[in-house]
Write a protein of this length. Structure first.
Length: 244
């Protein structure tokens, strides 16, 4: 059972288009045009064209592309801010906000035409944002599932709470978790394919594979192909095995 997956995008439409080109090349090489492409979340924040990324994913979905787009913590923060900018985000440190420079919400709003969001009072920024951001974009991001299982692999943005059935997992864990998951070496009964925690390169840990290769910080965007529990990194020169 073959699947493709793409890591954390963070507003980099150029990297996303290249990732899809790599997948298209692998499809041609294998003759398989039915395997789904699973995007692991974090479509917005920090990067230059968050609006373009969301629109690209929406357009592909509307065309009937075999894509699945999962929810990331940054996607949830974006929609939560538009709903109520003072509503706490359970996974975010209390001393931070979506518009804090470390989080990157201002870059998302700038892509929708709301400029200098960090430097202005919250109320007018929010009012301008509610006018500028299409409701269809918010609906699309809000409606994203938080995880997906296909064959021997669970796809999720951040990870899982070990020892809890997938159907009982809490969304906040699925989009935010690090401690208790990243440091757990046990097999979960399936391979977990995730992003969220930025690394220099995609890394296989045996029980999980992290494909967040720091696109948000100037790194590449990783695309992989999975067959059973075997994983290959897709490159301009073809497949490269990704092994523990």
């Amino acid at each position: 059972m073959r699947s493709y997956a793409i890591g954390d995008i963070h507003g980099h439409i150029d990297l996303l288009l290249h990732a899809h080109d790599l997948i298209a090349a692998d499809r041609r090489a294998t003759g398989d045009h039915d395997a789904p492409v699973i995007h692991l979340g974090d479509y917005v924040d920090r990067g230059p064209d968050c609006r373009g990324v969301v629109q690209f994913l929406m357009d592909g979905t509307a065309r009937g592309e075999k894509w699945l787009t999962l929810k990331g913590n940054h996607d949830r923060m974006f929609t939560r801010f538009l709903r109520d900018p003072k509503e706490p985000e359970p996974g975010l440190r209390a001393d931070l906000s979506w518009l804090h420079p470390r989080i990157g919400g201002a870059e998302t709003l700038a892509s929708y035409g709301v400029k200098n969001a960090m430097d202005r009072p919250l109320a007018p920024v929010h009012a301008e944002a509610t006018e500028a951001v299409p409701q269809s974009h918010l609906d699309f991001l809000q409606d994203r599932p938080a995880w997906h299982r296909r064959g021997e692999v669970v796809f999720v943005h951040a990870g899982i709470r070990p020892g809890i059935a997938m159907e009982a997992q809490q969304e906040t864990d699925l989009v935010w978790i690090r401690a208790g998951f990243l440091d757990d070496p046990r097999d979960h009964g399936f391979l977990v394919l995730h992003g969220h925690t930025a690394l220099d390169r995609a890394t296989h840990y045996g029980n999980r594979v992290n494909i967040d290769s720091s696109a948000a910080y100037g790194g590449p965007l990783t695309a992989v192909v999975i067959e059973g529990r075997d994983v290959w990194h897709l490159t301009d020169n073809g497949r490269v095995p990704l092994q523990p």
